[in-house]
Design a binder for this molecule. Structure first.
Ligand code: ADP
Ligand code: ZN
Length: 804
């Protein structure tokens, strides 16, 4: 036995890693970043070595059981990134690593033991194990073997490995089961024209939907994908085959659904602005980064593409981050068009096994570019040369659970560790990032749209005074918006209508006694839904039937307030019966790839009016969209959160950016009751920098980021009294610490959160305000001291993006 010990982080909420003895036979492979199989109580778990040369523990240490990979799973830079996250955000290192390595690489007891050819039979338990394996075609999981032989086997396995009688592998749970071929539905080469389709698919909308989905997916898709993820039944598939419109084929398992999507070739020539931005990016040193601040439609994607291409040509790899992969099919397809097989697209549709596959391909350097959302910042790209973050202002870059990292900050740390460039891009940069252009980031501007197309004129419609159309029910519908929509329909142009409130109506209330229907589990009103009808909670999913009368005063008349997307859709269908109208919100995009389906139908011209929540504001490039209407700009304006003005500005500017991208031009109509609010005024003027200047002033006093830094301590639990008392203790503890060390930190609260109850848990918070370095000290102490007590939990959220 060796006398070397390793620290191993386990994917559990443990404050510190555990120490294990390194077996002599495995000495060379136990290095930082390597996966190891270790015993934890009565289980075997996979952990990651964080230190291969640590002091012996005081008590006896257990042995590392196996080291499954020839190469460590995590590079030194990724491991160091994980350590930074764990320290900065006060998250256990094991949990941090858990969010970095794909789920398929953590399998519990998914350790496979294989008998080697030519292994000699022998006596004792070892012999029994070999014989048992023989009966199982030579392979089985260690846990199955332990069960069969009714004893722990690690000592025996260790011996057998030393004489080369068996090998150990750790397999992600589902790569083994997946077959090598599967049924694929392929469209026949003769494609009916649009007119023929109307006849062909008359009264068979489901078949048409399937047909057009296949088209959107590039002409073929695995049947499993069509049924499991898109909800097409066997019957529809069969019909399409019987009609001769498609055929069934077998092919190698298509693991990446994006692999079948059309790949668009990039334009040939950079504009002078794009060229100078690219040149500047190429001079970024290993410590630096840049913000590509380009108006909507200015061609930022092409700059990213070229920057990545140049990095690849020097033999290094790239990571490209987008806010949400389902919403950005165009960006993905542009990258695929240029880099084809060198890309691994990491998206939420991947199974654990597929994710683990992608991880290995990247780690080995078989794929050079990783494209994905938030967690792709951890992609194990070999020799990383650049990280691009598109739409860097998006809130989805902040992780909502432990570790509560911000992708932008993690990317900056990783880029520094890897000597890679960092390129952030946005038309509406976050205030934090804009401020950083005064120090660490280069500011690169793309001030005009491609083809010198003007930004669309934005007209603010004050709902309190503008003439409104009668007969539109409670939908705020001005004559100006009506005229715009009608004109668009007449000319065959497309309209986007933004309403950032899903459902039919925001809430139901009794006009007599004022009763508002609230969720029994959350401090939030229930949203009215139609089709299927009911009251629903958007936080916990609670549902109840629509009531016939008030539960308090029995008044039979109940009023709906706050128009939602469903109601808007119904009004539009009544008003424009011939228009092709589609709605895109969480309710219509619950199945996988439904985003792509909707966006593909807009792209192919099958939609006249697209209604949607903020989903429709992102990154879309549809040249035939000439009108963007914002039904109610005020939905998020006065939320009790210091970022609500910034959010509203970004949403308006982004959705306005969808208009006028083609030769026909376009315009934007914004309905509001607060026409003087700076978020609206500067959105109208397309003046992001002026907005940010004013916003920066507002956040000086009282100070909010970037004038200061914040830590939000969120205390929650099912017992209201306990939560309040614990919150008071937490605030006292913080104040005492601040006094003892004379830290320049303000302690605000305790106070109930604006959303004081979610899913039956009461929520209070304590807000700490001050310089980041001092907050770091509190966070470090707090991670050890502020433990959960029974059911009362404490979450430390450093640099929170939302205080709700
Ligand atoms: P952004 O991301 O800045 O909003 P995009 O990258 O989507 O803008 O570009 C807008 C449109 O301009 C796209 O259709 C793109 O193909 C086109 N485009 C970009 N660069 C060029 C160029 N150099 N020449 C011609 N067209 C371009
Ligand atoms: Zn609820």
């Amino acid at each position: 036995m060796s006398d070397r010990f390793a620290l191993v982080a386990l994917p559990l909420p443990l404050a510190t890693p555990y120490t294990y003895r390194i077996p002599e036979t495995e000495g060379d492979r136990v290095v930082p970043g390597a996966r190891v199989v270790v015993p934890v109580r009565r289980r075997e778990l996979i952990g990651v070595v964080v230190d291969a040369d640590t002091a012996p523990p005081s008590a006896a240490a257990k042995d590392i059981l196996a080291v499954p990979d020839a190469e460590p799973a995590l590079s030194p830079a990724l491991l160091a990134t994980a350590e930074w996250i764990s320290g900065y955000y006060a998250a256990p290192l094991g949990l941090t690593l858990k969010s970095i390595l794909p789920g398929g690489m953590w399998g519990e007891s998914r350790v496979i033991i294989s008998r080697r050819n030519g292994a000699q039979d022998m006596g004792g338990v070892a012999g029994q194990l070999l014989t048992w394996l023989q009966g199982r075609a030579g392979r089985a999981t260690v846990s199955a073997a332990s069960r069969a032989l009714k004893r722990p086997l690690w000592d025996v396995i260790g011996r057998l490995m030393r004489v080369d009688a068996v090998t150990l592998d750790v397999e992600p749970p589902d790569t083994r089961a997946a077959g090598l071929t599967e049924r694929v539905l392929v469209l026949s080469p003769q494609r009916p024209t649009l007119i023929e389709r109307d006849a062909l698919f008359k009264r068979r909308p489901k078949q048409r939907q399937l047909y057009e989905t296949l088209e959107a997916l590039g002409g073929s898709a695995p049947v499993r994908h069509l049924s499991e993820q898109l909800g097409f039944g066997d019957g529809v598939v069969k019909k399409l085959v019987q009609e001769g419109l498609a055929s069934l084929d077998r092919s190698e398992v298509l693991r990446d659904p994006f692999a079948g999507s059309p790949a668009s070739p990039p334009p040939a020539q950079l504009t002078p602005d794009q060229r100078s931005a690219l040149d500047a990016i190429n001079t970024i040193g290993p410590e630096g980064g840049a913000l590509l601040f380009g108006v909507t439609g200015s061609g930022k994607t092409l700059v990213y593409l070229e920057a990545v291409r140049q990095v690849l040509s020097t033999g290094r790899g790239a990571i490209v981050l987008v806010p949400e992969i389902g919403l950005t099919p165009q960006t993905v397809s542009r990258f695929r068009g240029l880099f084809g097989d060198q890309i691994a697209v990491l998206h939420s549709g991947l199974s654990d096994g597929e994710r683990a596959d992608a991880w290995r391909l990247l780690r080995r350097g078989d794929r050079r570019v990783a494209v994905g959302a938030r967690s792709a910042v951890f992609a194990p790209v070999a020799d990383l040369g650049i990280i691009v973050i598109d739409e860097e202002h998006e809130a989805s870059y902040k992780n909502g659970e432990t570790p509560r990292y911000h992708t932008r900050d993690v990317a900056a740390v990783r880029a520094r560790l890897e000597g890679a460039r960092l390129v952030l891009g946005s038309a509406t940069p976050s205030l934090e990032t804009m401020v950083r252009t005064e120090t660490s980031l280069k500011l690169l501007r793309l001030p005009v749209r491609i083809g010198a197309r003007p930004l669309p004129p934005v007209e603010i419609l004050d709902l309190r005074v503008v003439p409104k159309v009668t007969g539109t029910g409670p939908v705020p519908w001005s004559e100006a918006l009506e005229a715009g929509v009608v004109a668009g329909l007449a000319k065959g142009e497309q309209t986007l209508l933004l309403l950032n409130r899903r459902g039919y109506a925001a809430f139901l209330h009794c006009p007599d006694c004022g009763e508002v229907w609230q969720c029994p589990h959350c401090s939030i009103s229930l949203t009215v839904h139609q089709a299927p009808a009911g009251l629903r909670c958007h936080y916990c999913g609670h549902e109840e039937p629509l009531p016939f009368s008030c539960r308090t005063c029995a008044n039979p008349v109940q009023q709906m307030r706050g128009v939602g997307t469903q109601q808007l859709e119904q009004m539009l269908r009544d008003r424009y019966p011939d228009a092709r109208i589609t709605r895109m919100d969480l309710d219509t995009t619950s199945t996988k790839w439904s985003h792509q389906r909707i966006l593909a139908s807009v792209e192919s011209g099958d939609v006249d009016i697209l209604i949607g929540t903020q989903m429709i504001a992102k990154g879309l490039d549809f040249p035939n969209v000439t009108l963007v209407g914002v039904i109610d700009a005020d939905t998020g304006l006065y939320l009790p959160d210091f970022r609500s003005a910034e959010r509203t500005f970004q949403l308006l500017a982004q959705v306005a950016g969808r208009a006028g991208r083609g030769r026909k031009g376009g315009r934007v109509l914004v309905q509001t009751r607060h026409p003087g609010h700076h978020a609206l005024v500067f959105a109208r003027d397309h003046d992001t920098e002026a907005f940010l200047r004013q916003e920066r002033q507002i956040r000086e006093e009282p100070p909010y980021p970037p004038a200061t830094s914040l830590v939000n301590l969120l205390i929650s639990g099912p017992d209201e009294g306990k939560v309040g008392r614990r919150a008071a203790q937490v605030a006292d503890w913080c104040s005492a610490l601040v006094q003892r060390y004379a830290l320049p930190i303000g302690v605000l609260g305790p106070a109930p959160c604006p959303l004081v109850r979610i899913k039956d848990r009461w929520r209070w918070h304590v807000l700490l305000r001050g310089p980041s370095r001092s907050l770091g000290r509190i966070v470090r102490y707090g991670a050890r001291r502020l433990r959960r007590e029974g059911t009362t939990r404490i979450v430390i959220d450093r640099d929170p993006v939302s205080l709700l």
